[in-house]
Design a protein around this ligand. Structure first.
Ligand code: PMP
Length: 307
């Protein structure tokens, strides 16, 4: 065990640990243990609404449990906290970020003091979501950590380091993003997005063995099934992605970004007809404009109005 002394050297100045050094000496930074989840909120005719906030906080608590961060906060309390933060900042659309860290300044591998702090913050997006096609790259040696190393369901800060380095490599190679491969060399996911491809008329996405169970991924699968589009969750080979009729990434901030090229192979349609159809439907639901969903229905629970 170690205790951090109260004075620290920070860029040439001695500073008080309590004032600024906490983030540097804390377990979250030293070990990458911070767990987070990011949801979205949208402008609707009835004011700002959180999208699938219940699923985001459930996933947040699941991630925290995997890493060993405990809180007595309930799902309800965390959803309400998000609504409060959005309302208090008078925001209409953006992202909401739930974070949990060990409270003590203890970089020990297993902190003795297991108390935690939870922070909920609202963020606005600097740029509108990208709708023009992106180029993605894959590399044989840029893979997701396999589940026996770290569960892909743990949204822990440390899990993003490898993907971040891989993205930088892709950007240096002239692409916009990287698609990481799984242990077997099949398509896994992008650093912060799931991957979909239309192959032979079927909408395919990797199963969740190696990838995060994305909430946008789940929404897209549900909307595709509702629209009568065949879906499959399973192996997506790299060659199938390169030769797909259309492909896209899904994420909370995306929410659906068309892929125009994979490893230099240009896809036939970007955005393709299925990509366009699903994007329009998802955006209509998120903005409270889908008339089919204005009446109380199972799907209406996807929106939680802020006040
Ligand atoms: N994969 C990873 C590793 C992610 O961090 C994210 C973003 N949370 C996603 C996929 C997309 O998930 P969601 O649609 O829930 O944002």
């Amino acid at each position: 065990m170690a205790t951090t002394a109260p004075l620290l050297w920070l860029d040439g100045t001695l500073v008080d640990l309590a004032a600024t050094a906490r983030p540097v000496m804390g377990h979250a930074v030293q070990r990458g243990s911070l767990v987070f989840d990011v949801g979205s909120f949208h402008r609707t005719p009835r004011g700002a609404a959180l999208f699938r906030a219940r699923e985001h906080v459930a996933r947040f608590l699941r991630s925290a449990r995997i890493v060993g961060l405990e809180t007595s906060l309930t799902e309800d309390a965390l959803v309400t906290a998000a609504a409060t933060v959005v309302a208090a900042n008078h925001l209409e659309e953006g992202l909401v970020r739930w974070s949990i860290v060990f409270a003590a300044d203890a970089p020990d591998l297993l902190p003795r003091d297991r108390s935690t702090n939870v922070v909920v913050a609202a963020q606005t997006l600097d740029d509108p979501p990208r709708t023009t096609p992106i180029r993605v790259a894959t590399f044989d040696d840029a893979r997701k950590a396999p589940p026996e190393v770290l569960s892909p369901q743990a949204k822990a800060a440390g899990a993003y380091l490898g993907p971040m380095i891989a993205r930088r490599r892709a950007v240096l190679a002239g692409a916009d993003d990287v698609v990481l491969l799984d242990r077997e060399g099949h398509v896994a996911e992008a650093p912060i997005a799931n991957v979909f491809a239309v192959v032979g008329g079927v909408l395919v996405t990797p199963a969740t063995d190696f990838v995060l169970a994305g909430i946008t991924r789940d929404s897209v699968l549900a909307l595709a099934e509702e629209a009568g589009i065949a879906t499959r969750q399973g192996v997506l080979r790299r060659e199938a992605l390169c030769a797909a009729d259309e492909a896209f990434l899904t994420s909370t901030s995306g929410p659906i970004v068309p892929i125009g090229a994979v490893d230099g192979h240009t896809l036939a349609h970007a955005p393709g007809p299925i990509t366009k159809r699903l994007t329009e439907r998802l955006v209509a639901i998120q903005s409270g404009r889908d008339p089919a969903l204005s009446a109380p229905s199972a799907r209406e629970a996807w929106l939680r109005y802020v006040d």
